[in-house]
Design a protein around this ligand. Structure first.
Ligand SMILES: Cc1ncc(COP(=O)(O)O)c(C=O)c1O
Length: 398
């Protein structure tokens, strides 16, 4: 008799109801066939990307593209190994030195993803017995790092420094503490109140990690980030971030004192046992870094687009969570309405992202939008018209 042994782990995946629904309706991973600026084609249909993190619009910038091609010609596709085992390449060192100088930190290490950079900033620094004070809205990469570290996790209310002071005050004075925040929160668009935060950190002898994935390139002098904007770079211990947003590349970075970076290079399993950032990604990140400093027009266009979009949302009476940054959420506060609103926008040719719990708190179901320097005013105005129609269809009132 033919006996088919079952594999419970695979069976569980293959029978998962959400997975089967996604296979049927394919609500994510839409294949984009072409992209020029924020104008894309999906299944032959022209659409406008309204959820890209390409804030400065540099992924097709001629200098960035040329440098990326040259890097491949010079170095090939990959170094195919970990830097501890196979050595660093000149492009790693050049990028790290430029970035450290830009951020105002003595040293920097680049990783293959911002996710890893954020994860190692917690998993390799904190230890069992330490206390991690986290804003619940931090990115998943930081959450994963926090969980991997084995440290005790203490939450404080989002962006609420009174709540942080209360939690700090309840801990033993001798307890080793680390405060973890995003510089700009990707879903809310909110900026962390760093001046008050570092005062509390100093008072309670807590170290501070800031994830600058969404703030570097757009805030601070020439895009040096939120720590630079508030003048607190020296009072923040570790700055982590990503090249996948304003830098228009892939990869990530962690910056701090020479000793902290060397410590991570020797102790972080994700750094020691994983292959290094490739030459193409390093070259595009480095060239974007140069462009950011030499061509202020990209940031100027980004902020003009931000103001235009914010005014449209205000006029429509939509709740954008008072976001002061180009990550502009549209809070609907109801899962079903949020879905219908997203669907109507999709049908009208606008590519947005729906975010529901646990990605956001219950009652804050939202459509994530982000403006880019590459959006045209005409695209933003058409999006405003589409929002009006979508609100009517979804029953969303101002
Ligand atoms: C706040 C934040 N941190 C870290 C990351 C991870 O960056 P990467 O895409 O480079 O892995 C992201 C990406 O979405 C992010 O939004």
């Amino acid at each position: 008799m033919f006996f088919k042994p079952t594999k419970p782990i695979i069976d569980r995946c293959e029978s998962d109801a959400t997975t089967r629904l996604r296979l049927k309706y394919a609500p994510y991973y839409h294949p984009i066939e072409s992209a020029t600026g924020m104008a894309v084609t999906v299944k032959g249909r022209p659409m406008v990307l309204m959820a890209s993190n390409e804030y400065l619009g540099l992924s097709q910038h001629p200098r960035v593209v040329a440098a990326t091609k040259q890097a491949i010609d010079r170095w090939g596709a990959s170094s195919c190994g970990s830097r501890l085992a196979n050595g660093s390449r000149a492009y790693h060192v050049e990028l790290e030195e430029a970035l450290a100088a830009f951020l105002g930190k003595p040293a920097c290490h680049v990783t293959v993803a911002g996710y890893l950079a954020c994860q190692v900033s917690l998993s390799s620094l904190a230890k069992r017995g330490d206390a991690l004070l986290v804003d619940p809205s931090i990115h998943s990469s930081l959450w994963d790092g926090a969980l991997l570290s084995g440290a005790k996790i203490e939450r404080f209310a989002h962006n609420d420094m009174t709540s942080l002071a209360t939690v700090l005050g309840q801990l033993e004075p001798k307890q080793a503490k680390l405060i973890v925040v995003d510089g700009v929160y990707s879903m809310e668009g909110h900026i962390a109140p760093l001046p008050e935060l570092v005062d509390l950190a100093d008072k309670y002898h807590a170290a501070v990690v800031v994830d600058e994935a969404h703030s570097v390139g757009i805030l601070g002098r020439q895009g040096r980030g939120v720590c630079n904007q508030f003048g607190v770079t020296d009072r923040v211990d570790v700055i982590a971030g990503s090249f996948s947003k304003a830098f228009a590349s892939t990869g990530g970075f962690v910056a701090g004192s020479r000793e902290v970076i060397e410590y991570l290079r020797s102790n972080s399993r994700q750094i020691v046992f994983s292959a290094a950032l490739g030459p193409a990604a390093a070259a595009s990140a480095l060239t974007s870094l140069t462009v950011m400093q030499e061509e202020p027009e990209h940031a100027e266009r980004l902020w003009a687009n931000y103001r235009h979009m914010r005014d449209i949302l205000k006029t429509l009476g939509l709740d954008f969570w008072e976001s002061p940054t180009p990550a502009l959420p549209i809070v609907i506060g109801d899962q079903e309405k949020c879905y219908f609103m997203w669907k109507s926008l999709w049908e009208q040719g606008f590519f947005t992202v729906i975010s529901v719990p646990p990605g956001v708190p219950i009652g804050k179901e939202l459509i994530r939008c982000a403006v880019s320097a590459l959006h045209t005013i005409e695209q933003l105005d058409r999006f405003g018209e589409a929002l009006k129609i979508a609100m009517k269809r979804a029953g969303v009132r101002p």
